[in-house]
Design a protein around this ligand. Structure first.
Ligand code: ZN
Ligand code: FE
Length: 255
């Protein structure tokens, strides 16, 4: 049976560990130490590392882990990451027979130029592209790119579990409630996520269905969001990319 376990790192990162019997894979190991500790405690052999993008909090521990376990490191072809041993891009399929999983690579540029996401076993590992009720900042890409990337993720099956790399949910909800104040599903989500955080538990994984209902960065077709984004921009907005861009700017201004 496959289990997916969050390993907390730094302030608010999650390194996701996929385990099956004695084997494991990890996604975005920014720090090797907590991963090594978990693997040793549970007597697991690491057989693969997946990296979504080049930021240090996602790949900083990859080299050490791959040398120790002599395992491959899958990373985006369009980014220079020294730990990467297997370059991947959209339409590639990664077979991990030891953990009994297969992942499809999806290009999701926007946060960084070459950012990828991994989709398989009904789960999406999306790094800093899509967050619970939010999305990554546009450090290297354009709003057009990011909106197109998020549209690809939104098109995945509703029941897909969303494993983002940071615990940003409550902060993101604070902004979402400003942009989308009348959304009942969002209000319910806020209540639920607050309870979860009060118990010190992760709010992840989320699901694609929940994100489509409550994440303002996926709701460019919703009349309330179109109106709110247009008000922020001071002119009527029509295209999904322009609505997304205004909402992203709005949140950046308040952060
Ligand atoms: Zn990042
Ligand atoms: Fe990050």
């Amino acid at each position: 049976m496959i289990e997916i376990i969050p390993i907390p790192a730094f302030e608010d990162n999650y390194i996701w560990l996929i385990r099956n019997q004695a084997y494991a894979a990890v996604v975005d190991p920014g720090d090797a130490d907590p991963v090594m500790e978990y693997l040793q405690q549970h007597d697991l052999k690491l057989t693969a590392i997946l990296i979504t993008h080049h930021h240090g909090d996602h790949c900083g521990g990859a080299k050490e882990l791959s040398l120790h376990f002599n395992c491959p490191v899958y990373g985006p072809r369009r980014e220079k990451i020294t730990a990467t041993t297997q370059n991947v891009a959209e339409n590639d399929i990664i077979a991990l027979p030891d953990v009994g999983a297969e992942f499809h690579v999806i290009d999701v540029p926007g946060h960084t130029r070459g950012h990828v996401a991994y989709y398989g076993i009904n789960s999406l590992f999306c790094g800093d592209a899509l967050f619970a009720c939010g999305c990554g900042r546009l450090f290297e890409g354009t709003p057009e790119q990011m909106q197109a990337s998020l549209a690809k993720l939104a098109a995945l099956p509703d029941e897909t579990k969303v494993f983002c790399a940071h615990e940003y949910t409550l902060d993101n909800i604070r902004f979402a409630r400003i942009a989308d104040p009348d959304n009942a599903a969002l209000q319910e989500r806020e209540t639920r996520e607050r309870q979860i955080r009060a118990q010190g538990l992760p709010t992840l994984p989320s699901t694609i269905a929940l994100e489509k209902r409550t994440n303002p960065f996926l709701r460019w077709n919703d009349t309330h969001l179109i109106k709110a984004a247009s008000q922020f921009a001071g002119r009527p907005l029509g295209s999904p990319a322009s609505i997304f861009a205004a909402i992203r700017q709005w949140k950046d201004k308040l952060d």
